[in-house]
Design a protein around this ligand. Sequence first.
Ligand code: ADP
Ligand code: MG
Length: 427
Amino acid sequence: MKPQSGDVRHLAAPALAVSAEHLSVRELTRLRWLAIAAQAITIVAVDAVWGVALPTIPLLVILGSAAVTNVVLSRRAGLASQRLVALTLLVDVALLTGVLALTGGPANPFSVLYLVHVMLAAIVTTSRWTWAVVAMSSAGFGLLFLVSVPLPPELGGHAMDMEHRPYSAHLQGMWLAYTLVAAVIAGFVSRLSTALRQERETRSRASRLLGLATLAAGAAHEIGNPLATIRVAASELKNDLAAAGASHEILDDLNLIDAEVNRAHDVLDRMSVGAGELAGEYPVATDLAQLLTETIRQLGPLGARVDIAEIPAGQTVRWPVQAATQALSQLVRNAVEASPAGTPVQCFARIAAEGVEIEVLDCGNGMTREVLDRIGEPFFTTRPHQGTGLGMFIARSLIEHLGGRIAICSSVGKGTRVSVWLPAGVG
Ligand code: ADP
Ligand code: MG
């Protein structure tokens, strides 16, 4: 019954995760120009102040290739994708390794600059890319022990040989310390920035829902009355024309008007109901089994197709009841609507870590990757004539507002499993 293999989408993750946080290509290239200029100035200054001749030509070749990649990069516009930022950082780590290898290897104090790349990766890219930058920079630092030109003696340079064991051991310690610090930054900062990103997404979704509530309140007032008039007029017209023996085409058109007016009403209702639940309902202690059975019962004939397969008895939850009911009923409604007649929809509830896990399983048509990527966007629907595209948006916004999470696992042609986790007590 369960769709085991298939695409999974954790809806609590940011819906727009593809774009790097606030880093445009322009900012990225500007940062790189600064880094290139700083390195060029340092090389010139070392020559001017200490009179040390560094291998200028190979260094210029490396800085020149950094400049070329930056010119190529600057031709792109808009936000830099996480992949682009990560690849650029990996290229920069390689170039920095080249510069360090020519200017004293591990003894060059500027080797600490590797950390800048790790930090940027942790803030802007995913944790997988961040770990790639950590691994590559640690490998680059390690490589400096094997292939590097020692600093001239006037700058305190030594060849990495047996005569200078204590110094060499100190540098190896530095390498180890670097790897540790980079790993801590990768783990900590990237977790922190992911959490901040999610928090921002959740808040912006909640405010979009509240915006929708304001819009819905205005629309319900301004459009609701004319819609009701159209509905009454259409129904009277239909009766009169039917009595006068009007053709089927005319009656079909009137039925269409009636159906479309109902649909418009439905959209207004859902917008105001879903958004209204968010606007400050108090949590009350409720029996979980009772809440679920009531939610399903309220769905009428749709609910009759749902089988409550597992439900813990005597479990009390503290939730805003209308909001929780509204969110869960959207999920159950979707599952039933996606299932062919006669196939059951199952609902499970279990006590999970400090909360409740609720699953809605169906053997319906499932979702493609494209649908999974867009599900939960307001007004996104694959059923333009029956759907409003508000169900998942409202469900997700309400669940996140209650501090919960929602994940979807779906296989085309096999079915869908929607899992919701909600804290047992809200507020
Ligand atoms: P609506 O139901 O009004 O179309 P929703 O926001 O509830 O809008 O759902 C958006 C889309 O997600 C649906 O049109 C449908 O394609 C897809 N969907 C949601 N739930 C399921 C499900 N259980 N199985 C298959 N597709 C689903
Ligand atoms: Mg729906």
